[in-house]
Write a protein that binds this ligand. Structure first.
Ligand code: SAM
Length: 343
C-alpha cells in the first residue's frame, strides 16, 4: 500500500505593495529567490511560495514591497460570527510568542472598507493573545494578520529589525501647513524610509549645502530648509515667497540638466518630471564628478517594462555609487525614490 503523502506546511513570503505594481513586486522577488508568485493585479500584495527552502527577506532590499512577512498559515472561509477561534487554533499550533500583533488590510479600496473591522479585530486578537500568554516583550517577532478580504487571513511574522515599522508598511505623515506643495511628503517619507535615524542625524545638519533640481514651488526645498540646510533651488517656475524669505534659499531660473555647482554640495535632490534614463544619467554624472556627496531623486516610471527600466537606471547609478537604496514610497505614484551616496 502506498504511504500517505503529507502536505507540506504552508509557508510563503507575503509582500505588500502599491495596487497596480504586483507584477513588478513579483518580478523583483523572483530575481532574489526561486519560487512561484501569486500576483493578482490591483490586489495590493503578492504571495510568493519559495521552492527548496524558505528564506526571509529584509524589506529594505525590495523596491516595490512596502512590507515583507513570513506567512505560516492561510485560512479562508472564516465564519463571520467567529473568526477568532480558528485563528487562535492556528496560532496555538504554530506555538510561538510575539512581541506585538498587527491586523492589516491591503492598501486598496476594498482594504479601506475593511480598515474599521481590522482595527476592532486587532484589539480582540491582542486580548486573546494576552489571555493565551502568547504576547511576550522579549519575543523576536511581530505577528501579522493580513486580511485581503473579510473571510480570509494570512498569518505571518516579521522581525521588527528587518521589516517596515509601520502597519501596512505605510508611514502616516502629516502634511505641514506651511509647506508649499504636497510633494513635500515624498522627500519627508524618503528620508524616513531610506535613511536610519542615525544617518538622518549625521547627514542632515545645519549649514550643509544642497541643490534641488526641479524645485518649484518648493516642497522638497522646504524639507531641507526645515533642517537648516542652504539650498540652491533650480526651476524656471516660481518658488514659494516664504521659503525665499528664509534667507537659506537661492533660486536660479535655469535648466536643471545644464546647471553645474560652483563647489561640491552635500546633497542633490531632484524631482524633475523627465524620462528615468535621462535622470539616472544626470545623477550618475553628479555623483561621478563628485559634484554632490549624497542624493535623493525620483524616477518616474514608464507605462511598460517598469521593472526592467528600474533595473537599468539603478545599474547606471550603482556604477558610480557605493550605496544605492530604492523604494516605491507610499507618496510615490508611478515612480520610485532613490538614495545614493558617492563611491
Ligand atoms: C513635480 S514638480 C517638483 C515639485 C517640487 N519637488 C516640490 O516639492 O514642490 C517638477 C518641477 O520640475 C521642473 N522642471 C522640469 N524640467 C526641468 C528642467 N529641465 N530644469 C529645471 N526644472 C525643471 C518643473 O518646472 C516643475 O516645477
Amino acid at each position: 500500500m502506498a504511504g500517505a503523502i503529507a502536505t507540506p506546511p504552508y509557508r510563503s513570503l507575503l509582500l505588500y505593495c502599491r495596487p497596480g505594481f504586483e507584477t513588478e513586486c513579483a518580478q523583483e522577488i523572483a530575481a532574489l529567490a526561486s519560487g512561484d508568485a501569486n500576483a493578482t493585479r490591483g490586489s495590493g500584495f503578492v504571495e510568493f511560495r519559495q521552492v527548496g527552502g524558505h528564506e526571509t527577506v529584509d524589506w529594505r532590499r525590495l523596491i516595490f514591497a512596502r512590507q515583507c512577512i513570513d506567512a505560516f498559515a492561510c485560512l479562508d472561509a472564516l465564519p463571520r460570527s467567529d473568526r477568532l477561534t480558528p485563528i487562535m487554533a492556528a496560532l496555538g499550533a504554530h506555538g510561538q510568542r510575539y512581541v506585538d500583533a498587527w491586523v492589516e488590510p491591503p492598501d486598496t479600496d476594498e482594504g479601506k472598507a475593511l480598515a474599521p473591522f481590522c482595527k476592532s479585530f486587532g484589539n480582540a486578537l491582542i486580548g486573546a493573545l494576552k489571555k493565551a500568554r502568547l504576547l511576550d516583550p522579549a519575543a523576536r517577532t511581530r505577528l501579522h494578520g493580513f486580511f485581503p478580504q473579510s473571510d480570509k487571513v494570512y498569518l505571518g511574522t516579521a522581525d521588527p529589525a528587518a521589516s517596515a515599522p509601520w502597519p501596512q508598511g505605510i508611514p502616516r505623515l502629516k502634511f505641514p501647513r506651511e509647506a508649499p506643495s504636497r510633494s513635500t511628503l515624498k522627500l519627508d517619507e524618503a528620508l524616513l524610509v531610506l535613511l536610519s535615524e542615525t544617518e538622518r542625524a549625521r547627514w542632515l545638519t545645519a549649514g550643509m549645502s544642497a541643490v534641488d533640481l526641479g524645485a518649484a514651488p518648493g516642497g522638497w526645498t522646504w524639507q531641507l530648509v526645515r533642517r537648516s540646510l542652504r539650498v540652491t533651488a533650480i526651476d524656471n517656475g516660481p518658488m514659494d515667497r516664504a521659503l525665499l524669505d528664509s534667507g537659506l534659499v537661492t533660486h536660479l531660473r535655469t535648466d536643471g540638466f545644464r546647471y553645474r555647482p560652483k563647489k561640491p554640495v552635500d546633497w542633490l535632490v531632484c524631482d524633475m518630471v523627465e524620462q528615468p534614463r535621462r535622470i539616472a544619467e544626470l545623477i550618475a554624472q553628479w555623483l561621478g564628478e563628485g559634484w554632490c556627496r549624497r542624493t535623493v531623486f525620483n524616477l518616474k516610471l514608464p507605462m511598460k517594462k517598469r521593472y526592467e527600466e528600474t533595473q537599468l537606471c539603478l545599474a547606471r547609478i550603482r556604477a558610480v555609487a557605493q550605496d544605492v537604496r530604492a523604494k516605491q514610497l507610499y507618496h510615490d505614484r508611478e515612480e520610485i525614490t532613490v538614495f545614493a551616496q558617492r563611491a
